[in-house]
Design a protein around this ligand. Structure first.
Ligand code: AMP
Length: 218
């Protein structure tokens, strides 16, 4: 099964993608994670993408499509039963490229989960988030602190990081990019009968249960 998690920044796509990866034999492909890794490694791609990301705008289609293609090629033979795409596609051109990449590999997209959240809640959500620097487990200043202060619940390490683009000004730009460039994908995939909407405002466990229900029969 191959699925796309679609929703605005802060909707919980990364959290749910990780849960799905842990509970099913699926491989998570997150262009945001790949781009941040490229920025941290100082590669040419990272240098091209870094400034754009800090402004909250979208990185050019050809760059992110190239990243996804490369990852799918490395995963030749498939280490799992399919892909969870988190943060990709974000434009119609990317969606068309995804259809093509899957088709070339004898696969298809089965479901698109749209995580519905309202904009005002997103700014608060995003401004409080941080993650374990080692395993990437996500936390939040209000909603999800580590059980033991300063120690990651998942891997026990004690370093945490905050994303540079998780501040109010950049979040507003990211939301604008979402509404203008990514939201049209909901229509694109609705026409293909692949969309299932879930209430992204519910707590993590409830959203996860709703997603499982939405995937049944896919
Ligand atoms: P994310 O972690 O998915 O919120 O992505 C963080 C930032 O990376 C976005 O604000 C964009 O600048 C860039 N980015 C991630 N995925 C894409 C994509 N599919 N297309 C264009 N830009 C992307």
């Amino acid at each position: 099964m191959n699925l796309v998690l679609l929703g605005p920044p802060g909707a919980g796509k990364g959290t749910q993608a990780k849960l799905l990866e842990d509970s099913r034999s699926l491989v998570k492909l997150s262009t945001g994670d790949m781009l941040r890794a490229a920025v941290a490694a100082g590669t040419e791609l990272g240098r091209k993408a870094g400034d754009i990301m800090e402004r909250g705008q979208l990185v050019p289609d050809d760059l992110v499509i190239g990243l996804i293609a490369e990852r799918m090629d490395k995963d030749e033979g498939g280490s799992g039963e399919g892909y969870i795409l988190d943060g990709f596609p974000r434009t119609i051109a990317q969606a068309e490229a995804l259809d093509r990449l899957l088709k070339e590999r004898g696969k298809k997209l089965d479901r698109v989960i749209v995580m519905e959240v309202d904009d005002d809640a997103l700014v608060e959500r995003i401004a409080g988030r941080f993650a374990c620097a080692f395993c990437g487990e996500g936390y939040h200043d209000i909603y999800k602190l580590p059980k033991v202060k300063g120690v990651c619940d998942r891997c026990g390490s004690s370093g945490f990081v905050r994303r540079r683009d998780d501040n109010e000004e950049v979040v507003r730009a990211r939301l604008q990019a979402y509404h203008a460039q990514t939201e049209p994908l909901i229509d694109y995939y609705t026409r293909q009968g692949k969309v299932r909407a879930v209430d992204g405002m519910a707590d993590i466990a409830t959203v996860s249960k709703e997603i499982s229900q939405a995937l049944a029969g896919a």
